[in-house]
Design a protein. Structure first.
Length: 143
């Protein structure tokens, strides 16, 4: 019984030493991150009370169609996890993010026929929205 207890104690100490050493090795490492010069277009919005579930789905799905048609769209984000609203009495409904390769792609998006077609679906059911664009140094200058 004593041998078994001693063996278990040695194993626990060995595991603790390995875990400690691994933690020390990781403590000196810095998280690596990128600073892309692409441009992200972030839209927060609130649906009209009259908007149906089908209309909302069509508007969100329409972002995929639009992104596929506009050159320079790199990525899109469509699932809202959290959105901060300016007031709690009329909270925003969601957020959509579109990543553009560069300023030229963002500028082309504004008047692209696919964007205009998407607006025909989105604008009638949108009560309010705010849009923001961001990039990193070397990307598009602030306007």
């Amino acid at each position: 019984m004593l041998k078994k207890t001693l063996l278990i104690s040695v194993l626990i100490i060995a595991v603790a030493i390995v875990a400690f050493a691994a933690g020390q090795k990781m403590a000196g490492k810095t998280n690596k991150f990128g600073m892309p010069t692409s441009i992200v277009h972030i839209v927060t919005f609130r649906w009209k009370d009259s908007a149906t579930a089908e209309q909302k789905k069509a508007a969100i799905d329409g972002v995929k169609t639009m992104a596929a048609a506009i050159p320079g769209v790199k990525n899109i984000w469509l699932q809202t996890l959290r959105v901060q609203s300016p007031t709690q009495d009329k909270p925003y409904s969601g957020v959509v993010v579109i990543e553009f390769a560069n300023q030229k792609a963002l500028d082309a998006y504004k008047d692209h026929p696919a964007h205009k077609a998407w607006e025909d679906v989105y604008l009638p059911i949108r009560e309010e929205s705010r849009s923001h664009q961001a990039t990193n140094e070397g990307g598009a200058p602030a306007k």
